[in-house]
Design a protein around this ligand. Structure first.
Ligand code: AMP
Length: 403
């Protein structure tokens, strides 16, 4: 029998499971779907078989991740792509926090699960859900390799000077406090794709990657290795995001507690869920913000300006960190689609060799493309991210060898 070539990618959140089934012979997608609102009465499963184009939706209570994965397995079976198929090589799981321990994708065993569990205090929102996903998948196919691909892994190459906060290292180490960074699979994929777009090997180029989605982060990638990134101990640090504040003076937190009388829980919610673009103007969707700006809305205009100011600061900072920059790459929902954001972020940076060509920037498309002027010193690119493909590629590279 020929070697199995399919990889199922699972991204398990606290109340959702996103999945894609890929065939790694040509990286094609066979099926994709999403289970939402797990644990509620109004759960929903939406499944698409990419071969036939069939989409099926089911509504009704799905009690837990176990039930969700069984429902996904059922849908895959209906398309002849079941989890029992001998063509399935592995299941790749997105795991948000791998700490310092996991620098590479890792085949899951009991020890790996224990270590991911030990990281829950630094990723209380994400790692428990990721663990549930892995355990459930393992129970369904105990014989199949399960691979954990960590959001933090790409950033473990950061030097201590970038990864450490300026606090007592004994206290930091005791509580595992350092800058880990997130969106690593996206930064890895996009920096590599950008090199490919330039016709170079990743080891030959320095790239600033701007992952601008609802969550947003920037990274400085030197010859294929991450040397700095904007998210820190948690995804709260750095850029202005859809609902997260990004950088702020830590004393704001003491002030809100002491003077504002808010609890830690309330402050956590405020900064993670009710800040950023949403906190500033009541909308976190860049399309809506642009529409409001066009209508003369001042709150939306100020939110946009604050967003761009922070972004520009990080581009300048990472330019300085890298010394030489070959490319700036925009990715994720905002980065791939919002031409005004790309233009505004680079306006005034012409002396650094950075500019967008207005016509190229305005072209809509789904592929990787250059948007800098022909003669530009630094390439500016739009590179659609593909975290599922990156997880599948890393998973297959790890287990493909053993099959
Ligand atoms: P992501 O987290 O990568 O899925 O990005 C989601 C965000 O991308 C949304 O909240 C929007 O702000 C933004 N977005 C998606 N499509 C567009 C678009 N066509 N124009 C501007 N922003 C967009």
């Amino acid at each position: 029998m020929s070697n199995p070539t399919r990889v199922l990618v699972l991204n398990s959140g606290s109340s959702s499971v996103k999945y894609q089934l890929l065939d790694m012979r040509d990286s094609s997608r066979l099926a994709a779907g999403l289970v939402e609102r797990i644990g509620e009465q109004t759960s929903r499963l939406r499944h698409t078989c990419l071969g036939t184009g069939d989409t099926r939706e089911h509504s009704g209570p799905i009690a837990d991740h176990d039930a969700a994965l069984k429902a996904v397995a059922g849908e895959l079976s209906r398309d002849g792509l079941g989890l029992d198929s001998p063509e399935l090589a592995a299941i790749g799981h997105r795991v948000v926090h791998g700490g310092l321990f996991f620098t590479q994708p890792t085949v899951v065993d009991d020890e790996v699960l224990t270590e991911i569990e030990r990281l829950i205090p630094v990723a209380p929102l994400h790692n428990p859900a990721n663990l549930t996903g892995i355990r459930t998948a393992r129970a369904l196919r105990p014989d199949l390799p399960q691979v954990a691909v960590f959001d933090t892994a790409f950033h473990t190459t950061m030097p201590e000077s970038a990864a450490r906060y300026a606090i007592d290292p004994r206290i930091a180490d005791r509580h595992r406090i350092r800058r880990y960074g997130f969106h690593g699979t996206s930064h890895a994929y996009v920096s590599r794709e950008t090199a490919r777009l330039l016709g170079k090997d990743p080891s030959e180029v320095n790239v600033i990657v701007l992952h601008l989605g609802n969550g947003a982060s920037a990274s400085a990638v030197e010859k294929g290795r991450c040397v700095d990134t904007s998210m820190g101990l948690t995804p709260l640090e750095g850029l202005v995001m859809g609902t997260r504040s990004g950088d702020l003076d830590p004393a704001v937190i003491f002030h809100l507690a002491r003077v504002g009388g808010m609890s830690m829980e309330e402050i956590d919610t405020l900064l993670n869920k009710r800040s950023g673009l949403f906190g500033l103007c009541g909308d976190n969707d860049m399309r809506e913000i642009r529409r409001r700006i066009d209508e003369g809305d001042e709150d939306a205009a100020l939110a946009f300006d604050i967003y761009i100011h922070r972004l520009k600061k990080y581009i300048g900072a990472y330019y300085a960190v890298l010394g030489t920059v070959d490319a700036v790459a925009f990715t994720a929902g905002v980065g791939e689609n919002a031409a005004p954001v790309r233009e505004a972020a680079l306006t005034g940076l012409e002396s650094l060799g950075l500019a967008v060509d207005p016509e190229r920037n305005a072209v809509r498309g789904d592929g990787s493309r250059l948007i800098s002027p022909e003669s530009a010193r630094v390439a500016v690119a739009v590179v659609p991210t593909d975290e599922e493909l990156e997880i599948a590629t890393q998973t297959y590279a790890l287990v493909g060898k053993h099959n």
